[in-house]
Each structure stands twice: as C-alpha cells, then as structure tokens.
Design a protein around this ligand. Structure first.
Ligand SMILES: Cc1cc2nc3c(=O)[nH]c(=O)nc-3n(C[C@H](O)[C@H](O)[C@H](O)COP(=O)(O)OP(=O)(O)OC[C@H]3O[C@@H](n4cnc5c(N)ncnc54)[C@H](O)[C@@H]3O)c2cc1C
Length: 413
C-alpha cells in the first residue's frame, strides 16, 4: 500500500535569485519551504575564478532585502556605484545623478551596486543550504496539478508532493505557469543585446554611463575586477542593437570590436584595451495575465520579464518576493495560511506596478531602449528637463531605488 503523502505548507519551484530570496524570507519568518531547483549547487572555486561579463544593477531595496537574509555580506565581490551619467550622441541633453568617486564608496554613499549573477546565486545557495531544511537541487518537476484544496507536484524520480501553496519562481520559461494554464503576453522588440566585459584605459570612478547612439544605447557599467591592479578599469557593457547590427558586431574580431567601441563611446573612458567573449541575446518582454490562482503564486521572471536591458528584472522580482512573504507571514500570525484573498493582495500590490514599468519600457520605442531604469526614466521626461529640476531628480531616485514599494511591508526601512 502506498504511504499517504504529507501536506506541505509551501513548495517553491525554482531556487534562483527570486525563489531563493523568498525561501530565506519565509525561513526568517518561521516558515520552512520545500525548495525544488533544476540547477546543481554551484562550484565555489569556479564561480570565484571567472568574471561573469554580465552584471545585475541592484537597487537599494534589493540590497536591503539581501541584508535582511544575511546574503549581502556573503557576496564575494560587487561594485558599488555613486554616479550615473547619460547623454545623447546627437546632443539633445545630458543628465547626471550622484557624483564620481575617487575611492571605493561605502554602502551608504552608493546609489546601488553591480553584482555578477553567478556571485549572487552562489551566496543565495550557500545561505539556503544553512537556512532551508528541505532544499533539493537537480530536481526535475514533471507535473504540477491542482487537487482538492491543494496542489500536487510530481518529480521525475517518482516522488509526489502535496502542498497548500505552490510558488512558481522558475524563471522566464516557467513550467509552473504553463501547468497552471496562466496565459502569457509576449512582445518581441526585434532587437538584440550585446554584452561583454572590457578593460578601459581610464578608471570608471564608480559611475554608470550610457550614451545614446543612432543604433541604440550603449551602457558602460562598472564591475569588480579579479585583478587588484586593474580595479576600476573593468566595465560590463550592454549594447542594444537592431538584430542585423548585433549580428555584424558579433562577427568582428576582438581588435576590430575594441576599435569600434573606443570610437562609438567617444573615448569616454579612453581606449578599450581588453575584451572578453561577447554574448548576444534577443530582447522580449513577457507578462503573465495573472500572478495567482487558488493556492498558487508566480513571482520574478515567471510572472514578468521586462526589457532585459532595463536593468530592473531582478529588482522587481525581489519586490515580488518581499510583498508575497509579507502578506503570507502577516496572515500566518492570524492563523490563516495562503488564503486566496491573501494571494490576491500580493497580486494587487505587484502586478499594476510591474505592468506599468513594462509599458513604460515598451512605450519608448524599439530603438531607444535603455540599460538602466534611471536612464529610461530620465529619457521619458526629457534629459534636459530632468537635469534642471532637483525635485524631478529626487522623484526619480525615490522611484528607482525601490524603497517606496517596501513601505507598507515589514521590510520597510
Ligand atoms: C542580459 C540580461 C541582463 C540583465 N540585467 C539585469 C540587471 O542589470 N538588473 C536586473 O535587475 N535584472 C537584470 N536582468 C534580469 C534578471 O537576470 C532576471 O530578472 C532574474 O534573474 C530573474 O530571477 P528569477 O529567480 O525570477 O529567475 P531565474 O534567475 O531565471 O531563476 C529561475 C530558477 O528556476 C530554476 N528552474 C527553472 N525551471 C525549473 C523547473 N522546471 N523545475 C525546477 N527548477 C526550475 C532554475 O534552475 C533557476 O534556478 C537581466 C537579464 C538578462 C537576460
């Protein structure tokens, strides 16, 4: 006779950046989730010895949440930035936020921080191994099915789990979303992003820069260096291009590409001296038509993928995690767990905001897209107008740092 299956409080499918943060916030609030992730535990030595050419621009709200679950101090490297500068090659404006810095700024002085995804993933995994009792990696979920007042999750090894709540944090191609039959809206920008790390002759001085070229925006984002002597000279670039340009630039050899970059960036950091292999990725926005169903919630990229170059993807995912954990933990104190109304409160607080950000990215047009939300925001209002108005700049900073979205939650600063 088959052993009866225990009813779990919550199963999180996907233990990446957003799913991992959710599990850690719940653990801090006294709820142990079962976390199922398809990926293996990262090899620490390998992750630390290779610089990831892509960086995530983490907002102050995300940094605060990572501090709350003791992940922030475990990051092996990160690069804070104190200034942002954006201008148009064709000369209709420039905007500056914060200022350049001559030495490594403290957390308090910075506007945010650039972190390699693998470094962040490693720190989250390590913390989950300590804090989450049932964290399973290299797990293949083959079925997610609604039962009577529960969800049934089947794994490829034959295991069946029964849970009151499924949290789908399994990324852009979410299997949970598909199994729950939640429809998806997709917008293909017909552009590609070109990304790599470069070493420049001049130091970045902790400033994130972006130049609008006729082909699309080119962002220079400061990143941590593996070599102390080259600190402040390594940059992660993200170049948004129409598909045909992206193909052409990908095919150039390194010397040709470095020359092109030096020229197109107007020598803003002098000559480009070194370049790592380039990665090209298509740009698409996706939005789930709903985030919740009875006993099920989608968070992070499973719920929404905004223009990847907006630089806000993981930040809005972390805000999803915070709001969902906040409503769940508050109700738990009242003796309620994962009620449909609780989940709807989460959807109500997050979907409108996320959709609005996604639409503002799309409204900018397919060519003039940006690497960082601050830049997008600034261009929306007109670079000159924003540059000249202290109140608009302050409004922008409040919106970009994400802290206002935490205000009503137990994670408010
Ligand atoms: C080129 C590029 C640049 C970007 N730059 C930025 C930036 O500067 N700032 C920013 O905030 N965001 C940025 N983003 C977006 C950011 O990377 C994502 O928003 C973020 O990784 C989403 O986190 P997530 O946890 O929702 O999904 P993911 O990080 O994709 O994690 C999903 C997890 O689910 C697991 N999984 C998947 N399927 C299954 C399954 N069936 N069963 C079990 N587990 C499963 C995976 O193993 C993975 O661990 C960028 C994205 C791209 C592509």
């Amino acid at each position: 006779m088959n052993k009866p299956v225990d009813m779990l409080d919550v199963v999180i499918i996907g233990g990446g950046l957003v799913g991992g943060l959710t599990a850690l916030l719940l653990a801090k609030g006294g709820i142990q989730a079962t976390v199922l992730d398809a990926a293996p535990i990262l090899d620490t030595e390998k992750v630390l010895s290779v610089a990831n050419p892509r960086v995530l621009a983490l907002s102050q709200a995300t940094i605060h949440l990572l501090k709350t679950v003791n992940v922030w101090d475990k990051l092996a490297r990160q690069m804070p930035y104190t200034g942002m500068q954006v201008w148009n090659k064709n000369g209709y404006g420039e905007i500056n936020f914060g200022q350049a810095s001559q030495k490594m700024p403290s957390d308090e002085q910075s506007l945010g921080s650039m972190v390699e995804p693998s470094i962040l993933n490693l720190a989250i995994q390590q913390q989950m191994l300590q804090q989450v009792q049932d964290y399973r990696t290299q797990v293949k979920v083959v079925r997610v099915e609604q039962g009577v007042h529960c969800w049934i999750v089947q794994l490829a090894d034959g295991t069946t789990l029964k849970t009151k709540l499924v949290i789908g944090a399994d990324g852009a191609n979410s299997f949970v979303r598909e199994q729950a039959m939640i429809e998806l809206d997709v917008l293909d920008y017909q552009q590609a992003g070109l990304s790599c790390a470069i070493r420049t002759a001049m130091p970045h001085q902790y400033v994130a820069r972006q130049i609008f070229l006729p082909t699309g925006p080119l962002a220079f984002l400061p990143m941590a260096s593996l070599n102390a002597e080259q600190a402040e000279h390594w940059i992660s670039i993200v170049w948004t291009l129409p598909d045909d340009y992206a193909d052409e630039y990908s095919a150039l050899n390194d010397a040709q590409f470095m020359q092109l970059l030096t020229r197109e960036s107007h020598h803003m950091l002098g000559e480009v001296l070194e370049v790592t292999p380039r990665a090209k990725f298509p740009l698409k926005a996706r939005a789930a038509q709903r985030y919740v169903k009875a006993g099920l919630a989608l968070i992070g990229d499973a719920a929404h993928v905004i223009h990847p170059l907006a630089g806000q993807g993981v930040n809005i995912g972390c805000l999803d995690a915070a709001v969902l954990c906040d409503v769940l933990l508050k109700d738990k104190q009242r003796g309620v767990w994962a009620h449909e109304q609780t989940l709807k409160r989460y959807e109500h607080q997050r979907k409108g905001q996320n959709d609005a950000m996604m639409h503002s990215m799309s409204a900018l047009g397919f060519i003039e897209t940006s690497e960082l939300f601050p830049f997008v925001w600034a261009r929306n209002f007109g670079l000159k107008q924003v540059e000249n108005q202290a109140t608009l700049k302050a409004l922008f900073l409040a919106q970009a740092n994400g802290l206002s979205s935490l205000k009503q939650t137990q994670y408010a600063i």
